[in-house]
Design a protein around this ligand. Sequence first.
Ligand code: SAH
Ligand code: SF4
Length: 338
Amino acid sequence: MERSLYDYSSPELAALIAAVGEPSFRLQQVQSWLFKQRESDPAKMTNLPVALRAALAAAVVPTMLEAEAILESADGSRKVVWRLRDGARIETVWMPTESRLTLCLSSQVGCALGCTFCATGTMGLVRQLTPGEYLEQVLLLDRRFERRPDNLVLMGMGEPLHNRPHLDHLLHALGDLAGYGFSLTRVTLSTAGLMDELLEFHHDFPQVNLAISLVSPFDETRSVLMPINRKYPVARIAQTIRQIDPKWGGRVTLEYPLMAEINDRPEDVRELVRVFGGCRVKVNLIPYNTTAHATYSRPEREVIALFQDALQRAHIPAFVRWSRGQDVGAACGQLVTA
Ligand code: SAH
Ligand code: SF4
């Protein structure tokens, strides 16, 4: 499998440099190219000795991703469609406001979990991303648009907890001061509900914000919409949230794509409050975004507002999150490349 220098962890890079007989300070030079200049083509690393440049160039390809299309939404966000070296595609969403830039990263090509309301789920799992493919979504866009992101959300295609080794590589490269130097408190990971994996992840990366796609508080409904519910039912989600470090300052976000007559009824609010009332959670209500494959629909605005009010009256913080980039297929649930 081809790799770019972003696929190498810091120890692997050190070993590569040592193998050429170069001193260890070369590592800092290479890392400075990768993370400060955002340049991963060894041929362009002009302050390295020619022999080292040649050895690195023989080991890697310049980048793993190539921007095939950049679709600009009327709301200012952009969907970047990347072509991977084997011809597969992933998408990253670039969402600026005046004060902040948020990037939504993909974790896999497709997704194995097959949620019925999500376009990505129709693809099945095509393959895992390499660590470099994961990381280049950040570095190549920082360089292309000359703007460093303020927030990173792992909410694009795929399930981030399905590939811990590559997720760890991403977070170390982002978080290390010798790497991108990005505060992991500005990263949010969203999972469809892999609870054992989430506990382990939180133990290892307590700084990262956590989100869980709840979708319905009823097991019968949730199991139809999200087959993973048969393994990790709703009660397990509530139990895990209670287990998550009580000293932890954060609140777990429950993501709740709102679908008319599926999960927007008064009984849904009641059950949400009954199950999660005592938990440190907040709820993000995401009005359903149309996908080509599913037949659900978005509730009326007043239904959405009533749902939010009812949660807030029960002292569960609730926010309505209108997705950005709906006109270019960049909204939550719309990312699909096959
Ligand atoms: N696999 C992870 C990460 C992807 S996040 C997860 O599922 O959590 C994608 C988010 O978009 C999830 O919160 C999901 O519930 C939401 N979503 C999926 N399809 C949607 C749709 N059609 N409309 C609105 N939100 C949707
Ligand atoms: Fe996969 Fe998340 Fe989409 Fe479900 S909602 S199919 S877990 S990407």
